[in-house]
Design a protein around this ligand. Structure first.
Ligand SMILES: Cc1ncc(C[n+]2csc(CCOP(=O)(O)OP(=O)(O)O)c2C)c(N)n1
Length: 884
């Protein structure tokens, strides 16, 4: 686009004409003319479309800014105190220990954003409504602690123990509900998780409202995020959903300090303009807060828009350098570049130029923006607030490349900080890094309390006060699985039937939230479309193609199923919103998110980790599970590892059941633990798509199914006579049973067959008891379930559809020789039997492994293993599957 003005007089005439029209006809008239001009320009082929961003100025003009409702001077003083305490917390931790880390510069840039929110917007709830949801930029946690200290919610001792949690009196580095369950609601420490969670929480609030479960209408979701953070795919992946569903209960405030950790977010561009385009394109309302009030008189006099031209020509790397330097530098390197600009600031001293603030540090500008965001209807809003990283840190950290890492300030830097923010601190206070809290009854504390009282009380605060929800008796909804009597079905079908039956229960049914990421048909759930409807805030505006079908695609405003489309990150975020509803909304919900198991822990594992942190309660169902059970699909789809990842999450109870009755017992146990006992755990259950005859629940094994293993009643070794123990999990259990038969028929060897529903749960209990025994040597030793089941020295062979590391979780608790067969390596597309041969986990390989173990114990004659290899046509020369 040509920037040079070929005919300044003509340009002037056009601009004057626009000015005159707006003066006479108002903004509306101006907008109308511009729209017409744009249409005409497109007609003439001059522009294909206009750029999706506005000039580099504040969106809200001064005339519409309105008065500030607070006491500016007091708020500034309070903010300065918070700045100091936040800084002191980090510097003290690092002075004393040198290794604890922490951040000063992020909160330094976000302080005014947080404070405007705390003093005027973030509602903590009252008798008629619960609290707003606030997502805090994680590296600014010290600022949130600093405020809680002034409010009397945290003690000086706690502040002094920032990042020293082990003794029990510390504060966590970032927002972690697991570590501070009464304080933090939402974990945001991993970049990107906050933004996507905020969107799905806002959406879930609408879902609860539309389904008549909870009134959430007055509540708002606020998220303060970093501009660097917006590069994460999760940060931006759900923006269009928020606009599509008109989530005007959601406001993002992006702290555009133009820097991330290493350097500028867009050194050679303008992140604010880029984000504006992105959000406008996604359908959001965008409010830019770029310049503070002291710029207003300059804009008023800048009739030729010299400022806007120079802003547009300045890239962020340069803005950062300008930010790091003083008035003299800014006078020469910014205002000095253009004679009009030079004239504009000719009346200002260098100190005044130095003091020109960015909008994100101006309470008035921020307040106007947040108020407009709160009032905006029909769209979510993003406030793009331009700030300085390390604001107030002076030469050591303000807009410096190294701001993010700055954790230590020497006395001179501290003095400069004190003077700049006019803190009542002596040199000795500075040297000792004393926290500062004004006296009770001081105007500062009185104001702080008054503001929070007006907004319902303190934030952040996490609650845990939902009513328990009764789960119906297992027999009432799972008879088909408990008395399957050989009926053929897959475990996926079983779990879908269980959900379908639970949905019909008067108490629990409405609380169930089935969630899919475009795979409902894959898992045989299409019947739910009609039965419970697919949630859509606008209902269904079209006649579905399959309207006449029993399984028709029915969208409804009170639909219960969340059909997320192809976004595992989105579906998982929905799951978290439902799984934490007991805390966020005081209404316990029970989500079942069913998905391709490979696209769970492997794809969105970090979101699951964060879900664990926030004490999610619900079911994750890893369907089409197992490396060889999902035939045909191949390398990218076949999951052999999710159970290993699941086992690393302390509050995740993970199971790999083989039979429908096992699924039923596990789901029932989990539902009771989460909905009735209200334990902070969640369940991961893998289910498969292989159809086979489902036996009925044997008597007396239900508890052991939950513990993790039980002996199959129909193996034919009299107890004690078995020469070898065979363990199987998931569908591979059936190969184990078949291997036992081979051993008996071909080699006259008796064996036991065990179904291992969870190596992870077995290992968890065993290591707990191992530790207990170690630390209490004088007390009688206690043995774990796995040790009791597998006592003695008859070899144990475990086979799984997962990598060997999964059964090996129990290896150190098995005294007998322990051989594991698993599916290490890349998957392949082929039939189940071909894959099980390839990965060497089928009945033949299990039998050979058992014989080999017995041969090593000299329980079978030499040569038997070779004979078996030959008899079962095993290719001993084949390279290991994990090398292929
Ligand atoms: C997923 C993830 N990757 C990397 C990090 C490490 N990290 C922490 S803060 C940060 C920079 C944040 O920059 P920005 O979002 O702009 O926030 P600022 O601190 O500048 O306000 C990085 C890379 C992280 N916390 N999470």
């Amino acid at each position: 686009m040509p920037d040079a003005d070929a005919d300044p007089d003509e340009t002037r005439e056009w601009l004057d004409a626009l000015d005159a029209s707006v003066r006479a006809g108002g903004k509306e008239r101006g907008l109308f003319l511009l729209k017409k001009l744009e249409e005409q320009a497109q007609h003439l082929g001059i522009v294909a479309h206009v750029p999706p961003y506005s000039a580099y100025q504040n969106t809200i003009p001064l005339e519409e800014q309105g008065p500030y409702p607070g006491d500016l001077a007091l708020e500034e003083r309070i903010t300065s105190i918070m700045r100091w305490n936040a800084l002191a917390m980090v510097v003290r931790a690092n002075r004393a220990y040198g290794e604890l880390g922490g951040h000063i510069a992020s909160y330094a840039s976000a302080a005014e954003i947080f404070e405007v929110g705390f003093n005027h917007f973030f509602h903590a709830g009252d008798a008629s409504r619960r609290a707003d949801l606030v997502f805090f930029q994680p590296h600014s946690a010290p600022g949130v602690y600093a405020r809680a200290f002034l409010e009397g919610r945290l003690t000086e001792e706690q502040l002094a123990n920032f990042r020293q949690e082990v003794g029990g009196k510390g504060l966590s580095s970032y927002p972690h509900p697991w570590l501070m369950p009464k304080f933090w609601q939402f974990p945001t420490g991993s970049m990107g998780i906050g933004p996507i969670s905020a969107i799905y929480h806002a959406r879930f609030m609408r879902y609860l409202e539309h389904r008549g479960i909870a009134a959430t209408g007055e509540r708002h979701v606020w998220g303060v995020f970093g501009d660097g953070e917006m590069d994460e795919p999760e940060s931006i992946g759900a923006l269009t959903l928020a606009a599509r569903e008109s989530l005007d209960n959601l406001t993002f405030v992006i702290n555009c300090n133009l820097q991330r950790l290493d350097g500028p977010v867009r050194g050679n561009g303008q992140i604010i303009q880029e984000l504006e385009s992105l959000f406008i394109g996604a359908g959001w309302n965008v409010i830019k807060v770029l310049w503070g009030s002291d710029w207003d008189p300059l804009f008023a006099r800048d009739t030729h828009h010299a400022l806007l031209r120079q802003f547009a020509a300045t890239v962020d790397g340069q803005y950062q350098t300008l930010g790091a330097n003083d008035g003299a530098y800014n006078a020469s390197h910014f205002f000095g570049l253009d004679p009009e600009l030079r004239a504009l600031v000719a009346h200002m001293s260098l100190a005044e130029i130095d003091a020109l603030k960015r909008g994100g540090h101006d309470f008035r500008k921020l307040y106007a923006a947040l108020r407009a965001a709160r009032a905006h209807a029909g769209q979510p809003t993003v406030v793009l607030a331009k700030t300085k990283k390390g604001y107030g840190m002076g030469g050591v950290g303000e807009s410096r490349m190294t701001s993010h890492q700055q954790k230590k300030l020497d006395l001179e830097a501290l003095k400069a900080f004190r003077d700049r923010f006019r803190l009542h601190l002596s040199d000795d206070d500075l040297a000792q890094m004393r926290f500062y809290r004004p006296a009770d009854g001081s105007p500062e504390l009185a104001y702080l309390r008054e503001r929070r009282a007006a907004l319902g009380g303190a934030l952040p605060a996490r609650r845990d006060d939902a009513m328990a929800v009764a789960v119906p008796p297992l027999e009432s909804y799972a008879r088909f699985a408990l008395d399957a009597g050989g009926h053929e079905m897959s475990t996926t079908t079983a779990v879908v039937r269980l959900i379908g039956n639970l949905l019909k229960d008067g108490a629990l049914g409405p609380r169930i939230v089935p969630i899919v990421a475009d795979e409902a048909r894959t898992f045989g759930m299409a019947n739910l479309f009609r039965q419970i409807g697919i949630y859509s805030p606008v209902g269904q505006l079209y006649e579905p193609e399959d309207a006449a079908s029993m399984l028709r695609y029915r969208e409804a405003q009170d639909g219960q199923l969340l059909e997320e489309g192809i976004t595992e990150a989105g579906a998982l975020s929905s799951w978290v919103a439902a799984a934490t509803s007991y805390s966020v909304h005081g209404v316990a919900m029970l989500p079942f998110y069913i998905y391709y198991s490979m696209f769970g822990f492997q794809r969105v594992g970090d979101l699951i980790w964060a879900a664990a942190d926030q004490r999610a309660r619900g079911f994750l169902l890893g369907a089409t599970a197992g490396r060889t059970t999902l035939g045909g699909e191949g390398l990218q789809h076949q999951d052999g590892s999710s159970h290993v990842a699941a086992a690393t999450i302390p509050n995740c109870r993970a199971y790999d059941p083989a039979f429908a009755y096992e699924v039923a017992v596990i789901v029932d146990h989990g539902a009771r633990q989460m909905m009735e006992r209200q334990d902070d755990v969640f369940y991961y259950v893998t289910v498969m798509n292989e159809n086979y005859a489902q036996p009925s629940l044997p008597a007396g094994v239900a508890d052991d199914i939950v513990r993790g293993m039980y002996r199959l009643p129909n193996d034919d070794a009299p107890r004690g006579d078995a020469r070898v123990r065979l363990l199987g999990s998931g569908t591979i259990l059936r190969e184990v049973v078949a291997a036992a038969k081979l051993l008996r028929d071909d080699w006259q060897i008796a064996s036991e067959a065990w179904s291992v529903t969870s190596f992870g749960e077995l290992a968890r209990e065993a290591r707990e008891l191992e530790r207990r025994n170690r630390l209490h040597p004088a007390q009688p030793r206690r043995s774990s379930h796995v040790e009791r089941c597998l006592a003695g020295d008859a070899p144990v062979v475990a086979a799984t559809d997962y990598v060997r590391a999964y059964p090996q979780l129990i290896a150190s608790y098995v005294g007998a020789p322990f051989i594991v067969l698993g599916t290490d390596g890349f998957g392949r597309s082929d039939t189940r039997s071909a894959l099980r041969d390839y990965f060497e986990i089928d009945r033949r390989h299990i039998a050979v492994a058992a014989l080999d173990a017995l041969a090593r114990q000299q329980h079978v004659p030499g040569g038997v293993v070779e004979k078996a290899i030959e008899r079962y046509a095993i290719d001993a020369g084949a390279p290991p599957p994990w090398t292929r």
